[in-house]
Design a protein around this ligand. Structure first.
Ligand code: NI
Length: 151
């Protein structure tokens, strides 16, 4: 495992659309270990691959003070219900916290690092986190959706 540099807002990499993962190999596994290492060291909730300069559709997340680690490859939101407004932050946009409206409940289909299909069912904070990370894979930052600025 190795920590990677987290790309910061202003870097064009964060605005690119990431490509689906096609090879579920050792290289992918190594990349995901690095992402988890980077996320935990940075003390964040979620990290998407483009944030470390890799334009692949992958995110990792951690909840419960690091006791739960979620990995998702090629994630897609297949169900979204309700609305929730909460303040968000991002490791690529330090010291900024703004309110964003997200679904209250989401179901995400994805794959694990071995290519096995997984289903993530989330509410509240976790649901917001998955939506935030999936946005990164399409070059969208939470500040684009901020309702703090809109009056
Ligand atoms: Ni982020």
């Amino acid at each position: 495992m190795a920590r990677r540099k987290i790309y910061q807002v202003g870097d064009d990499t964060l605005r690119q659309v990431s490509k689906p993962v096609t090879e579920f190999d050792d290289k992918l596994s190594q990349l995901m270990d690095d992402m988890i290492d980077t996320l935990i060291y940075a003390d964040g909730a979620g990290l998407a691959a483009p944030q470390i300069g890799v334009l692949k559709r992958i995110f990792v997340a951690t909840f419960d003070g690091g006791r739960t680690i979620i990995e998702a490859v090629n994630p897609t939101i297949v169900q979204a219900k309700g609305k929730r407004v909460a303040a968000e932050g991002c490791l690529s946009i330090p010291n900024v916290s703004e309110k964003v409206e997200r679904p209250r409940h989401v179901v995400v289909n994805a794959f694990d690092r071995h290519g096995n299909p997984i289903k993530l069912v989330a509410n509240g904070f976790e649901a917001s986190c998955y939506c935030h990370e999936i946005d990164h894979l399409d070059g969208i930052l939470f500040t684009d959706k901020s309702i703090s600025k809109r009056r």
